[in-house]
Write a protein that binds this ligand. Structure first.
Ligand code: G3H
Ligand code: ZN
Length: 289
């Protein structure tokens, strides 16, 4: 059942667990996320990127998410969030249609511009009584990973400055903050990425809930330590994409004669559901619905 995101995140921060924010772009992923939340009796955030909205359109995707949340997911708290909103028109449309939260990602801009744009979106969101997430520091993607490896860029230059964060939150009035503490978007297994000393410092100085992006590929120990050190929301996308693809490849290989898309896709939906359940268990949000 759709509820204000404030209810979900404030409870997580108070009780020291994290809520998973899982990306969707279609029916199968949405069903997997919501079925997992119901099975685990856990709150959950369903989020869409701007490109996921472009895959169909905002009305279709929003209708799909709210319908699944209010029917299949009627027994658990669910919120809908725009992830990495960079286009102001799209952000406005998401606020207007009824998203519970939007992320204004102006982290690539200079500090003053990031403040100005984040404040602007916070004002829009608060008029509709929804929450706004902003981002300070850079969280890279695959291309960035290559630059890091070649030494073209240095992780130290991308991390969130804790003292800038205090100023940023005070001036923007945003409700949650996405921080850069070493994670990267995508799944890069086997490396401890989170700078826990930095995370603890940010959490000590900033009192709004903190969001960890680039959660895929991190191990259970890293997640648990990050939550202990102050993370309240964890974003997961690539883990679900991998579960989808691996199950689909197997499904097609095993039964090449199948032509019904529902039968071909069912193993992928189940695999993604299992992945979400695993994350919920690690994040400690089981039975917190
Ligand atoms: O905003 C989305 C997330 O940060 C997802 O990152 O693909 O590494 O899980 P991920
Ligand atoms: Zn992200």
């Amino acid at each position: 059942m759709i509820v204000p995101i404030k209810q979900i995140i404030n409870k997580a921060k108070q009780k020291r667990y994290a809520v998973g924010a899982f990306n969707t772009s279609n029916l199968e992923i949405t069903l997997a996320i919501v079925r997992a939340a119901v099975k685990m009796k856990s709150p959950v955030i369903i989020q869409t990127s701007e490109s996921a909205i472009g895959y169909s359109n905002l009305e279709t995707l929003f209708g799909l998410m709210t319908n699944v949340a209010n029917t299949v997911g009627r027994s658990v708290p669910i919120a809908i969030h725009l992830d990495h909103g960079k286009d102001l028109a799209t952000i406005k449309d998401c606020i207007k249609i009824g998203y519970n939260s939007v992320h204004i990602d102006a982290s690539e801009k200079d500090f003053a511009t990031n403040i100005r744009l984040s404040r602007q979106v916070a004002d829009w969101g608060h008029k509709k009584k929804i929450w706004v997430q902003a981002e300070l520091g850079s969280i890279l993607g695959k291309e960035g990973m290559v630059k890091l490896e070649t030494g073209e860029i240095n992780m130290k230059d991308l991390l969130t400055d804790p003292y800038q964060a205090i100023d940023f939150v005070a001036k923007t009035k945003v409700d949650t903050l996405a921080i850069s503490v070493g994670t990267i978007h995508g799944s890069f297994k086997g490396i401890e990425r989170v700078d826990h000393t930095l995370l603890k410092k940010i959490a000590a100085l900033v009192n709004i809930p903190l969001v960890l992006h680039g959660g895929s590929g991190l191990n259970a120990g890293t997640f648990k330590k990050s939550i202990k050190n102050g993370i309240s929301v964890i974003n997961i996308d690539t883990n679900l994409r991998l579960a989808f693809k691996n199950a689909l490849q197997k499904s097609i290989k095993q039964s090449e004669n199948l032509v019904d898309p529902r039968k071909i896709l069912a193993p992928s939906t189940e695999a993604m559901q299992k992945e979400v359940e695993k994350m919920i268990h690690i994040f400690g949000s089981t039975n917190k619905a």
